[in-house]
Design a protein around this ligand. Sequence first.
Ligand SMILES: [Fe+2]
Ligand SMILES: [Fe+2]
Length: 534
Amino acid sequence: PALAEDNNRSRTMLVSRFRSVLEERQKNATGHRGLSPSGEAAADMIGVALEAVKRVEERSHVSGAFTRGPHETDLGYPLTVIEALAFSANLTELLGLKWKRDTPNGQNFIHFAHLVLTEGYGSAKSLDFYFRAIQYVSIAPVDLGWVNEFIGTALTYAVGGGLHAYRKVPKEGWGYDASFSVRALPDPPAGKPLVVGLISDWGCGTPASDAVLAALATHSPDVIIHLGDVYYSGTPAEQREFWLEPMLKTFGKEKLLLQVPGNHDYYSQGGAGFFEVIDDLRHQNASYFVLRGTHWQILALDTGLLNSVNLVPTDTMTFLTQDQASWAKQQLEFGKDNGLKTIMMSHHQLFSRGESVGVANAALNEAAFVPDELHGTYPWLWAFNTKSEDLPGNLPPDVHPAVNTRLLSQFPPELLEGVSAWYWGHEHANMLFKPYAGLERGRLIGNACIPVPKNLDRYATSNSIDAEPWGGYAETLPDSRIGTGDNFWNNAFATVTLDGPKATARYFELADKDATDGSGPTWGSATQYYEEEF
Ligand SMILES: [Fe+2]
Ligand SMILES: [Fe+2]
């Protein structure tokens, strides 16, 4: 009871701090109203977030009843219960929220509300169903646990002064130390090729994440790389429970366990949790790294840092800070000079066919990086001085390009020439692209745990992004698309087997199946949906 009281008190403090930050932001954003579409949208969205905070404050008496690991569930569950009850009683329509009821997701929320009413708020059945079918759903009706992203980001600024835990590349002479964070690819077991296991957007701590990891383990990978996003907001507890512990339990410490951060990993305490767990393992000393062998090198980048602001609705395109961009360029040139083939990896996509990668400039986002710049977390972001019109594609400032033109200007086609494939996540989907924007193989593998309702067309192109300068939308390879289960799009992962100069990439998917006892979706073993050599 003392602990619950303590939790309650710290949550109340947290929420009230969050509210004052939001109110401050609302004042600023209102000042931007009419000046820009992003200022307008920011003001609107902050208003909605303030509404949510008010609801948490009003309902605080129902929370604290239980905890499952980090504080996140403590906040997300009560809010989502209220929402599901309102939705099942048609009350959300009174608020003007016309969410579809006849979808797998809508049906799950109605079933959840029914369980809460019949089995009880804190019953094992209600909780279990929440973990299997509701938690992390981000298509309406949504899991309101996502409010933690905003709280995490707000606290980074309100308490942490807006500083991030990033570690820049050490200086060497006039440039940066190219030998920093480079290690050898491990030797495969005698007579066997090296297997690299790849997962992205996997840190949910749900039955789906457990199933994906178990399926990956059947391929006995020698190296396991997570391309980022531990949900909801990468707190130290979430990093430990949702990444480090399951990884160690499944693979043991002798396997090379690595990760690069996504946006979520930087949302709480400036990313302190991400660095805590990599320091525990000591398999990497930065949020970016190179694994170098005799035929191959893997270049993994931190694109999460400059996409870590989650208080405004318009993203600026993420890119690499100057230290890392210069370091990465040296790695690619080293590869070319030494006849190595390179596989790149990052959380964020170089391009998309269905989602915005952001715009070039947005005042609030840029302002959010000033504390780090003043502190010297990384060199000053002069990149923002280059305006949209002067970036590849030469698009007007309010256009969302299909290609992240800031990243593209850091990795122009001539630099990407020696790159065999670039793996990324961030979008909760899986797409294997035809050559596009100077990249031979763009590989999106971003759905390792997030439940994406199957009625959503995941392969649809977006009207709000401009793909014209690159000859239209990026296309997927024939017969390379994943399927759906009873409720959601399949979760997926990949393995890349390195055998001398030959790489074989295999792509696997897991479908959800409704349990007969009504306890919600279950995940079995994986099946391969694509294979390629490069
Ligand atoms: Fe994600
Ligand atoms: Fe992400």
